[in-house]
Write a protein that binds this ligand. Sequence first.
Ligand SMILES: *[C@@H]1O[C@H](CO)[C@@H](O)[C@H](O)[C@H]1NC(C)=O
Ligand SMILES: *[C@@H]1O[C@H](CO)[C@@H](O)[C@H](O)[C@H]1NC(C)=O
Ligand SMILES: *[C@@H]1O[C@H](CO)[C@@H](O)[C@H](O)[C@H]1NC(C)=O
Ligand SMILES: *[C@@H]1O[C@H](CO)[C@@H](O)[C@H](O)[C@H]1NC(C)=O
Ligand SMILES: *[C@@H]1O[C@H](CO)[C@@H](O)[C@H](O)[C@H]1NC(C)=O
Length: 372
Amino acid sequence: MDFSVLFTVILSISVTIFISAEATKTFRPIRTLFQFGDSLSDTGNVIRLLPVGPTLPAARLPYGETFPGRPTGRWSDGRLIIDYTTMALGLPLVDPYLDKNASFRNGVNFAVAGATALNASFFLSRGILVSSVGSLDTQLRSFRTYLASICTTPRECGDYLKRALIFVGEIGGNDINYPLSQGRSLEEIRTYVPFINQAIANATREIIRAGATRLVVPGNFPIGCFPFVLAASASNDSAMYDELGCVRSANDLAIYQNSNLQITLDALRREFPYVSIIYADYYNALLTTFRKAPLFGFNRTTLLTPCCKSRRYNLLSSEFCGNPTVPVCPDPGQYIHWDGYHLTQEAYRRISQYVLPNILPTIMVISTTTCR
Ligand SMILES: *[C@@H]1O[C@H](CO)[C@@H](O)[C@H](O)[C@H]1NC(C)=O
Ligand SMILES: *[C@@H]1O[C@H](CO)[C@@H](O)[C@H](O)[C@H]1NC(C)=O
Ligand SMILES: *[C@@H]1O[C@H](CO)[C@@H](O)[C@H](O)[C@H]1NC(C)=O
Ligand SMILES: *[C@@H]1O[C@H](CO)[C@@H](O)[C@H](O)[C@H]1NC(C)=O
Ligand SMILES: *[C@@H]1O[C@H](CO)[C@@H](O)[C@H](O)[C@H]1NC(C)=O
């Protein structure tokens, strides 16, 4: 390993983030952040949804044990990518939409753990059960309601949204997880992918039409590296696994999902040439985190096992993380996986370091040109 090269890379990443944050303070092009998504970015919505929300694992320790030291509804030991993004923008944390005491001064987080990109009707008509917390469509409805409360004319709303950064996702991962965990074949799930990405594109289009000019649409993670997938496809056939020990076929599905999403985004960019639509490569961000794990201080013997040692990958099971009988590692900073479905704060921090340098400079360029 050539450490000097790596050091240069790390240095340039931190310099980029630093410059962007500094420039942001001067120009203030981004004043708010809006987030749509699922449990990868839910900072406190699903646990406020009655009646089940307050009983969910993320409402209990060890969730939140690293940050802020108590459960907030984040599905991790601490911060998520949205938290690192707002920090890099020089903004305070964004409030979850269902927090009735929130000011929403820095934007709104509409993400709800368990949400799908497609409507539940899509899955129900195929005999697949999905969570009742809603879909991207439900989050868009909340977005419309919120927007109507702060601006009245299209011009007024447009002026407001022009200063916002909008994350549409990650969303769509659950559209694959639910059928996968209900025994559907990867071949069948593959046929859902174009619909999933159409739902994401339709939502993005509506947000742009409301006036947004800076959007980030992240792809899916390499799901074959996740404990819930590894557990479901345990096998002695070594050809099923790649060099990291991840399930090849599941990763191939995520690769297809992401490449189809990027094609869909290209079409959107042609439709809206003056809007910045950035694809965030969560897939390679996590893969790079695995590859550099020893250098990043992760324990290489436990890369594919969760810190919070769920024994059944069912959120409602008493053997899932958040229950007193489930052991938790003393050092979450040495783990990438948190509970089998979600990552640790340290993993999200590394992923943010990978994706934010591709997002923030693009936003700065656009903002200076639109300011003049
Ligand atoms: C709501 O916010 C106010 C002001 O920040 C605070 O004093 C109060 O304790 C909060 N209430 C709840 C229920 O969090
Ligand atoms: C999803 O549901 C909403 C109404 O809740 C509807 O407007 C929309 O067309 C639906 N989308 C699909 C793809 O069925
Ligand atoms: C996306 O929008 C198009 C045009 O309105 C509609 O025909 C299609 O059903 C929508 N797809 C999804 C998945 O929402
Ligand atoms: C793998 O092989 C071991 C020993 O032959 C066996 O006990 C185990 O059940 C096998 N596991 C699977 C998933 O086939
Ligand atoms: C890595 O994890 C293994 C298994 O839990 C443990 O035995 C070992 O001490 C850990 N290494 C470090 C450096 O903490």
